[in-house]
Design a protein around this ligand. Structure first.
Ligand code: HEC
Length: 203
């Protein structure tokens, strides 16, 4: 027979056990939280990229992609090797696949402001806020004779691989973004030419 008194004792015991459990799950040491329910949910075992791993037959944890895999995303396939010949070939054959619209120029401007302006300057005259003293290869103006003669393929190549003091931007901008920035640079060049012609006509 379960008496009323037994019931009372049992519930007191249950309450006390619950409180004890709650207390045991807390610690004053902030670096070590108390009991965690399913800790693996928060802390999965870290696997370093190029460690030998026994998961796949003692190979590296980063597996080589399957033969014939096409890279997607930011580092998409770029068939021109990083040589002078590659540069000339890109200049001769590569054309901008992104439609030239007010919007793509505007998007190019936004990317340029974030990734290029500090070196190339807001106007593209090479007068960015970053100055390299005693520099053999100063940041050029987009409006000098050499840069005005650049084909868009040359620009794409140099932005992708970098050139002298300009670092490669392949991992910083997708191909589409690089083409948009080129639209913006050419937009600056066109405006510059129009300004020049206006001044010449004024004289
Ligand atoms: C660290 C400074 C720096 C940054 C950032 C930078 N550039 Fe340059 N850029 C240079 C320098 C220096 C050169 C001149 C390279 C040379 O010919 O010696 C150059 C050259 C160029 C050229 C001419 C390439 C050629 O083939 O002659 C283009 C186009 C260009 N940059 C575009 C960009 C764009 C677009 C960005 C942003 C996505 C960018 N640059 C970011 C420093 C920079």
């Amino acid at each position: 027979m379960i008496t009323e008194k037994m019931m009372k004792n049992l519930s007191t015991l249950a309450v006390l056990s619950f409180i004890a459990l709650m207390y045991s799950s807390c610690k004053s040491d902030k670096k070590h939280p108390g009991y965690e329910f399913m800790p693996d949910m928060y802390r999965n075992a870290a696997v370093k990229t190029y460690r030998v791993s026994d998961f796949f037959n003692d190979s590296l944890s980063a597996l080589t992609p399957v033969a014939g895999t096409m890279p997607r995303g930011i580092n998409t396939y770029f068939p021109y090797p990083n040589t002078n010949e590659g540069y000339e070939a890109a200049g001769a054959t590569l054309t901008n696949p992104v439609a030239l619209t007010d919007l793509t120029i505007e998007e190019g401007k936004e990317l340029y402001t974030i990734k290029c302006r500090h070196c190339h300057g807001e106007k593209g005259d090479g007068k960015g806020t970053i100055k390299v003293k005693g520099d053999l290869f100063p940041v050029p103006s987009y409006f000098d004779e050499t840069r005005m003669a650049l084909k868009e393929g040359h620009m794409f190549f140099s932005i992708t691989y970098g050139k002298n003091l300009m670092g490669p931007h392949a991992s910083l901008l997708s191909q589409e973004e690089r083409w948009k920035v080129i639209h913006y640079i050419q937009h600056l060049q066109k405006n510059y030419l129009a300004e020049q012609n206006k001044t010449a006509a004024g004289n």
